[in-house]
Design a protein around this ligand. Structure first.
Ligand code: ZN
Length: 325
């Protein structure tokens, strides 16, 4: 399979003593950030990449900081079940993988082979859906991935140590997915947010409710820490508040249109994202409005994932001035 997404523009950036971020060049589909926490000879990795090539490059880069990581990592955590945060689990040399109970269950339901088959199916498809699937996933290689599931799960919160560094895991989902977790490191003033934060990218609400997402942003902002989003550049409290305000705006604008009896697609087209309209991936607003309609009790929502991608693909095609097929 051809790949256009390579590790070339990723970089390993130190954000605090013993804390590194494997930073993607942009926050678009599948271009996720990961983390490394080191103290003495103990280590933790936060999330893996969307495919094995990208994960291998990440691990090689991390091993330049601590060569021992090639053979042993004490613990890996997965912030949530989306493949761009866990498909590379099998390459991490650890016996301990931690996630929330819901994340572990959701991971088990989303085998990489489904994604692989989808990319293959739409490979030469010139429709807006086909091109959108290629745009989102075509640059990755989902072949030969064996999903390695968490060995340990928790609900609500969990305390861990890496050397003398305390890590607090908080389950804040369901929001982006069913079991989102954030990892807060008080002594280093750093928080890894998983996909609760997309910085400068339109987020995507697979699960909801939106209230959980807003509360999670408030909690992240309350740490007033160096804030590592799941996608996009490292930020701080302001990035968390911006994400919060995006959801408040989208929730309120969607509710108005829902109350007025507007259909999902019309509502998504009609909404003005104001300060957030310049973010990447604005076609995801359709999926988010659909999730909000479902939350408000609408029976007119798109239920299947391919239907969601078809609508997003149509919007993406229009926004990018591509000839529709
Ligand atoms: Zn992600």
């Amino acid at each position: 399979m051809e790949r256009s997404k390579t590790s070339e523009d990723f970089s390993l950036v130190q954000v605090a003593e013993g804390i590194h971020v494997w930073l993607a060049p942009n926050g678009s589909w599948g271009m996720s950030n990961a983390g490394l926490i080191l103290d003495g000879r103990e280590s933790m990795i936060v999330d893996t990449m969307f495919d094995l090539h990208l994960t291998r490059s990440m691990l090689d880069a991390m091993a330049t900081v601590e060569p021992q990581l090639q053979h042993h990592v004490d613990v890996l955590i997965n912030t949530h079940a989306n493949g761009d945060h866990c498909h590379g689990n099998e390459l991490v040399p650890t016996g301990r993988i931690i996630a929330s109970e819901e994340t572990s269950a959701e991971m088990d339901e989303l085998p990489p082979s489904v994604l692989s088959a989808m990319v293959e199916r739409f490979k030469e498809d010139p429709s807006s859906l086909g091109r959108y699937i290629q745009h989102a996933f075509g640059g990755f290689d989902f072949s030969n991935i064996t999903m390695r599931l968490p060995t340990e799960t928790f609900t609500n919160e969990m305390l861990l140590t890496v050397g003398d560094i305390e890590i607090r895991l908080y389950e804040v989902g369901p929001a982006h997915t069913r079991g989102d977790v954030i990892a807060y490191i008080p002594s280093r003033n750093v928080v890894f947010t998983g996909d609760i934060l997309f910085n400068l990218e339109t987020p995507i609400m697979w699960s909801g409710p939106v209230g959980n997402w807003i509360d999670a942003c408030d909690r992240i902002a309350s740490f007033d820490a160096i804030t590592v989003p799941g996608h996009g550049p490292v930020t701080d409290r302001a990035g968390a508040l911006e994400m919060r305000n995006f959801w408040v705006l989208l929730r309120d604008q969607t509710k108005e249109r829902f109350d007025a009896g507007m259909g999902v697609l019309d509502a998504a087209r009609d909404i003005d994202l104001g300060p957030y309209s310049g973010w990447g991936g604005t076609e995801r607003v359709f999926l988010n409005v659909n999730s909000l309609y479902r939350e408000f009790g609408s029976e007119q929502v798109v239920q299947d994932v391919m239907g969601l991608f078809a609508e997003m693909g149509a919007i993406w095609t229009l926004e990018n001035d591509l000839p529709a097929n």
